[in-house]
Structure formats: structure tokens, C-alpha cells
Design a protein around this ligand. Structure first.
Ligand SMILES: *Cc1c(COP(=O)(O)O)cnc(C)c1O
Length: 368
């Protein structure tokens, strides 16, 4: 069976380092804050090539706190792509803003620049740029629109640790970047975790205070904040995994390369489009076909696990009934019925990749 994700196999490959790291945190009692959290924040900021990293409890909090820290006009509109995980839009509402969905491009799954231009109003204050699947979005166009309309850009990098756009790591190409360390992400903890990155000193202080009960010093609370933190055990685990991340990303890139080489000529199957100037990290490799359910069933019979990210476009979720407008339609809605995520990750052997490729070929009646 070819698993979609195999975290146990990954653990076994770094078991000694991980066990040591967890043991040290427990021995030193560095559970909350302290050495391991500070170290990871420094390591991750260096890795992402940014000045500051503020660790938080999870990737959803990261987006919410990042929005709050920017002090945007209360109730203003924030544009969110229609194809993402609900966290991208949920954080907007939680932070007291209005969600405005923007359609995505069918061939690259990310925010459609054309539709974005139509969604900007006098009340828009920011855009959530989601680097979905570990594939950077068209940041030059986003920056241009943001500049023209005085909008902030929050980069949701939950799927894009280490991804680059025109030689720069994602996260601080816009104003602020957010990450998730949910176990299944390319850099995943053994529990929840998240981080916010920024180059602006003031934003870093704001994020840190919001995430820590509105304080800098122990009992000196300047305002009501909240409690959202990465714990010491997760931080120590993440520092270990960060040392291996580039190697894991290389493997993902090599597998994606194989998929492109061997699947691109199949009629009826569309592969993801790569971004000009982008360096993808392939958190997911999402293909499209009108025979999606049949393909998924066929692959299941062949022992190949697949996923769907996401089966329902954000505007079609019950949670967003309140935003629905008569006659409005999104390409993202239709796309949700055609997408399927092929397995990708360092847990896969070359033989596994071959099995996936050959099985997909068989399904379409193409000899690969
Ligand atoms: C996983 C994910 C999040 C949320 O991260 P959590 O750590 O699960 O809260 C946000 N945005 C995107 C695009 C994600 O994939």
C-alpha cells in the first residue's frame, strides 16, 4: 500500500534525534517558553530568511493574530481565495473583518488576479495570499494591486515552508507571513503549532503581545490579548525536523518532476501549472480530471492512497451560507469535483512513484 503520508516512517528515520530532543525538554522542564522555543524561533527565522519569527499555538491562530497585529480598519474587507482550507477565511472573521471570496485560476488553483481586481472595493484592507500546495502565488501581481489600493498582504504559508518566489522565501514578500506546523505539513510538529514571520519590528512586538495576554513582562498586561503558544516539546521537535527539511523538499521536487515527465501526456488529465519565478515545495500534487471519483477508486484498488484538497470550495460551505449571493458562481466550486491529490513525500520510494504513475496510466488506457 502506498500511503498518502507516513509520519511513522519519518519518525523512525530521525528517531534518535527526536527522542533526545524530547528527553532534554522534559529533563530541563522547558515546557512553555524558554530555550527550545527561542532556539526554534531563531532557526526558523533564519531558514525563512526573515528578521522575526513569533511562534504561536497553530496555523489558524497565526493568521488571526497576524491580521489583528496590523490594526486594519475594524470591519473592513479582506479578500480570501475560494480554494483553501477554512482557516484562511475563518481567521478573517474571527479578527473582526468581512470575508470576501475571490475566485481561483482553474489551471493553477491559486487566487485569480483577474477576479481579484474586481473584488477590491473602497472597504478592502488586505488580501490573504495562500501559497496553496506549496506553490507560490503570483506575488508580483498581488504586490502591484496591493500598492495601487493601499492593501496589506498576509501570506498564508501553511503549505509552503521553504518555497520561493523570484529568489525570495515566501512569508515576507508581502507584509507578514503565517505558518502551520500541523503534523501533516511539510514541517510538522507532533501536535499543534504555528508561527508568524515579519521583518517589521513593531509588527513582531504586536504579534508577540497579542499571543501572550497583551504583555511583554510577566504581569504587566497592556491590553487583553490571548494565549496562543508553541510549547517546548514541539519547538525542540521542529528544530530537529528543520535540519532535514531541505532534503525532504528535494525528494518532493524529484517526485513532482517524475509526475510531470510521465503524466503530462495523458489526455484528460491536467497537471498543476508551475508559477513563473516560483520554487515549489509540493506539499500536495493536485491533478484534475472529470473522472475524478473513478480514478480515485481505481487507485485505491491498486493500493494507492489519494486525497482531495478540498472537496468543497470555501464559498460553498454551510459556514458561508451567510455570504452567498444570488447568481454568484466560482470556478473553484466546479474544480472541487475534478481535483485529486496524488501521494507525494519523502516516504515514497522510486518503486512507489512508479506504481502511482503506471496505475494512473492504466486508468486512462495509456501505456507509460
Ligand atoms: C493547515 C492550514 C492552515 C491551518 O493550520 P492549523 O495549524 O491546522 O491551524 C491554514 N491555512 C492553510 C492553507 C492550511 O493548509
Amino acid at each position: 500500500m502506498i500511503q498518502f503520508l507516513d509520519l511513522h516512517k519519518q519518525y523512525l528515520s530521525i528517531k534518535d534525534e527526536i527522542d533526545d530532543a524530547i528527553g532534554s525538554v522534559i529533563r530541563e522542564g522547558a515546557f512553555i517558553g524558554g530555550k527550545y522555543v527561542n532556539e526554534f524561533e531563531r532557526n526558523f527565522a533564519d531558514y525563512q530568511q526573515v528578521k522575526h519569527c513569533v511562534s504561536v499555538g497553530n496555523g489558524t491562530d497565526a493568521i488571526e493574530i497576524a491580521i489583528e497585529a496590523m490594526n486594519l480598519l475594524p470591519g473592513s474587507e479582506i479578500i480570501v481565495p475560494a480554494n483553501s482550507f477554512i482557516a484562511s477565511s475563518e481567521a478573517v472573521s474571527r479578527a473582526g473583518h468581512k470575508v470576501v471570496f475571490c475566485d481561483v485560476s482553474v489551471d493553477d488553483y491559486s487566487i485569480s488576479i483577474q477576479d481579484l481586481r474586481r473584488r477590491v472595493t473602497g472597504n478592502t484592507s488586505a488580501i490573504i495570499a495562500v501559497h496553496l500546495h506549496g506553490r507560490p502565488c503570483d506575488m508580483d501581481s498581488l504586490l502591484q494591486i496591493a500598492q495601487a489600493h493601499n492593501l496589506k498582504i498576509i501570506e498564508d504559508c501553511a503549505q509552503a515552508h521553504g518555497a520561493e518566489y523570484k529568489g525570495k522565501r515566501v512569508g515576507c514578500i508581502g507584509d507578514i507571513g503565517t505558518f502551520s506546523f500541523y503534523p501533516g505539513k511539510n514541517l510538522g510538529a507532533y501536535g499543534d503549532g504555528g508561527a508568524i514571520v515579519m521583518n517589521d519590528d513593531r509588527l513582531a512586538v504586536n504579534c508577540r503581545m497579542i499571543a501572550n495576554h497583551g504583555r511583554v513582562d510577566k504581569y504587566d498586561h497592556q491590553f487583553e490579548g490571548r494565549n496562543s503558544r508553541l510549547d517546548g516539546i514541539q519547538a525542540a521537535i521542529l528544530s530537529v525536523k528543520l535540519r532535514h527539511l531541505d532534503q525532504w523538499i528535494d525528494r518532493r521536487r524529484a517526485i513532482a518532476q517524475r509526475y510531470f515527465e510521465r503524466l503530462s501526456s495523458i489526455p484528460g488529465l491536467s497537471l498543476p501549472r508551475t508559477q513563473a519565478g516560483g520554487r515549489e515545495v509540493w506539499h500536495l500534487f493536485v491533478v484534475q480530471t472529470s473522472a475524478r471519483d473513478e480514478l480515485q477508486n481505481y487507485l485505491r484498488e491498486k493500493g494507492v492512497q489519494t486525497g482531495i484538497h478540498y472537496p468543497i470550495a470555501l464559498p460553498d460551505l454551510k459556514a458561508y451560507d451567510y455570504l452567498r449571493q444570488e447568481g454568484a458562481s466560482f470556478c473553484a466550486s466546479e474544480m472541487a469535483g475534478r481535483i485529486v491529490s496524488l501521494p507525494i513525500g519523502e516516504h515514497m520510494t522510486d518503486a512507489d512513484v512508479d506504481t502511482v504513475v503506471v496505475s494512473v496510466g492504466e486508468f486512462f488506457g495509456v501505456d507509460i
